[in-house]
Write a protein that binds this ligand. Sequence first.
Ligand code: CA
Length: 235
Amino acid sequence: MTETARKSILLVEDEENLHDALRLNLELENYQVTSAYDGTQALKAVKAEYFDLVILDVMLPGIDGINVAETIRVQQNPVPILMLSARDTSADRILGLKKGADDYLNKPFNLEELLLRVQKLIDKNQKLQERNHIAEKYSFGKNTIDFKAQEAFNTKNERFSLSKKETMLLKLLIENKNEVVKREKILQAVWGYQVYPNTRTIDNFILNFRKYFEDDSRNPKHFHSVRGVGYKYTE
Ligand code: CA
C-alpha cells in the first residue's frame, strides 16, 4: 500500500489508555490516525481536514459525542461515524444513530470487532463515492457542463457561467440520473439544513436550467419536476 492510499481516521476518545491502544492498533492496520481528546478538538479537525472515518466516543469533556455527530451532519459532512459508548441502553444507541452515527459499539468492545467495523464503514463509503463520482465535465444532448470551472455550453454552443448553487444542484441531479431527488435532500445538500429558502427557489433554478439547456423549455427532456416530491434529471 502506498502512502497516498492510506485511509485517514479521526480518533476522538478522552481516556488516554484506550486512546493510545486504539491508535496503535489502527496504525498497525495501516490507517493514518489523527487524535482528538474532546469535542471541540474533534469539530476543529473535521472542519480542517478530510477523514475517511471518525471514531467518536460519546462521553467526552465539554461537547459530547452526540453533539459532535449532530454538528458534523449540520455542516453537511457525510464522513462515516462509528460511535463508542459505555452506556449500554438501546435508547442511547438510537439517539446516537439518529444524530448521525453510522454504526455504534458498546464499551467494552472486542478490538477485532472494532477493526472489522472500521474497515466495513470505510469500504462502504468508498464504494458510494465511486458510484456517485462524475467527471469534471459532463455532456448531454448538445450541452456541456464544466463543474470545476462553473460554466456551461448550451445547445447553441454559447458559453455562460453558472452560480455555485446552480453548479451544486446540477451535480446533485446528474449524479442521481433517472431518480427523483427529493426536495428536502436538495435543500439540505445545496442550501444547508438550517437556512431553508422559499420552496419556490428550487423551482426557479429548474426553470433556469430549462432555459439554459432545453430545446423547448415548455416540454423539457432533461429537467423534470415531480409534483410534491422533488426533481429528476434524465439524459
Ligand atoms: Ca470517554
